[in-house]
Design a protein around this ligand. Structure first.
Ligand SMILES: Cc1cc2nc3c(=O)[nH]c(=O)nc-3n(C[C@H](O)[C@H](O)[C@H](O)COP(=O)(O)O)c2cc1C
Length: 404
């Protein structure tokens, strides 16, 4: 079976409002072990486990911790990224709602390992309903003396997609308008208030207690060569059983969509949200892994009744709306792409427009400041690759084959 619960092991089992139901299932034993083995050994375990970030970019977690731990600065920070703004993603909401204690334990271990005395949970503004539950988990952990080494504070966002991007997120915590920063310097060196900062996704931190308890070797034998452990997916769209599923990395799209969530007549699947990739229904055997395609784990299914140009247009409309506007390639590029796609939707495309889309895609990927603008063209390039015939059919007959 491709399903395996590491991250979701307590979801639906414990009472998320009551710490004693968490400790009854071994909760905070990992923290106890971590405090006994010390920071260097914790970082070694996390590095050897092969855990990579679950927020989209897949950066090796232990390495990030090590960079920040090794800086000479005394004050440093850890931020748990619970912004979850990616289109079609709702797995972090499910985790926070059902098992806030594992996250708090993961943050407590990470803070100790990195040498952080102050950590933040950056919570998506629309997830305000979860704030009380999270605060309750922090309070109970504090009362039971599990957080003597770190102070954890919740900061709520105000609804901007770009604030999930780590540098815009830090601007937002600092009280500024959330805009991407130039990199380098990277946050591990100069992050929140210019101090070394580790930013990790909710799901990444949820893996920490289990890795510490069971050891790096246990985690490392799950998954594929470069994708260790499991991934939690948010499945939605044209499926009979939408929901949150945790699968061993390397499982196929077919196992998730046909066997588990029971979809059929798939035209295209959007993996990783608005900045993610399109996979046509004909490539259903595609493995879900960092080597292949993954993103933050949102899987949106579109069946044969859906119009590909509508999918591309609405994705680009969203990205144009959410671009922070700081860099020109992203601010202008997403708007221009939206307008060109609209021409095709109305059956008024040209060969020249297709050429423009290709050139603009490459310019934006190369020149945009952050992942939003760099990955915004994915939906264009993928749809032009897999559905080129649709684009060509939307060029008026008398203009087909005309270059300019
Ligand atoms: C536009 C944009 C939005 C993002 N949104 C999120 C988000 O909501 N949650 C998240 O964890 N990472 C998000 N990321 C990725 C973060 O910048 C960062 O890579 C991640 O939080 C690092 O954590 P990890 O190493 O544990 O994956 C986003 C990136 C971009 C470019």
């Amino acid at each position: 079976m491709p399903e395996k619960h590491i991250v979701l092991r307590n979801c639906g089992v414990i009472n998320p409002e009551d710490l004693t139901s968490y400790t009854a299932r071994g909760g905070f034993q990992a923290l106890k072990k971590a405090l006994s083995i010390g920071p260097e050994q914790i970082i070694k375990e996390i590095k050897e486990s092969g855990l990579r970030g679950r927020g989209g970019a897949g950066f090796p977690c232990g390495l990030k911790w090590e960079f920040t731990r090794n800086t000479k600065e005394q004050s440093k920070y850890l931020i748990c990224n619970a912004d979850e703004g990616e289109v079609g993603t709702f797995k972090d909401h499910f985790i926070l709602e059902n098992d806030p204690f594992s996250l708090i334990e993961g943050i407590a271990i990470a803070s100790y390992a990195i040498g952080v005395k102050k950590s933040y949970i950056y919570l998506r503004g629309e997830y305000h309903n979860l704030s009380g539950r999270l605060q309750n988990a922090i309070n109970q952990a504090k009362e039971n003396k599990f957080l003597t080494h770190v102070n954890i504070e919740i900061r709520e966002g105000a609804g901007a997609y770009v604030c999930g991007e780590e540098s815009a997120l830090m601007d937002s915590i600092e009280g500024k308008r959330g805009e991407a920063r130039f990199k380098p310097p990277f946050p591990t060196d100069k992050g929140l208030w210019q101090k070394p900062t580790v930013i990790n996704n909710v799901e990444t931190l949820m893996n920490i207690p289990q890795i510490i308890l069971n050891g790096a070797a246990w985690f490392n034998q799950i998954g594929t060569e470069r994708s260790k452990g499991t991934k939690v997916f948010s499945v939605s769209g044209d499926v009979a059983c939408p929901g949150v599923y945790e699968l061993i990395l390397g499982s196929s799209l077919k196992e998730l969509l046909i066997n588990i969530s029971q979809s059929d007549n798939i035209k295209v699947v959007q993996i990783g949200g608005a900045t993610g990739r399109l996979v046509p229904g004909t490539a259903i055997d595609t493995p879900l892994s960092f080597e292949s395609v993954l993103g933050a784990g949102s899987i949106t299914v579109f069946n044969e009744t859906r119009n590909i140009m509508d999918i591309v247009y609405h994705t680009m409309e969203f990205l144009a709306e959410e671009s922070c506007g700081k860099c020109t390639p992203c601010r202008e590029g997403t708007e221009v792409m939206k307008l060109i796609i609209d021409k095709f939707r109305c059956g008024n495309g040209t060969q020249h427009d297709m050429q423009l889309l290709t050139e603009l895609s490459s310019a934006m990927s190369l020149a945009s400041l952050c992942g939003l603008g760099q990955a915004a063209p994915n939906v264009i390039t993928d749809s032009m690759q897999y559905f080129r015939d649709v684009y060509e059919s939307l060029i008026p007959a008398n203009l087909r084959g005309v270059k300019a």
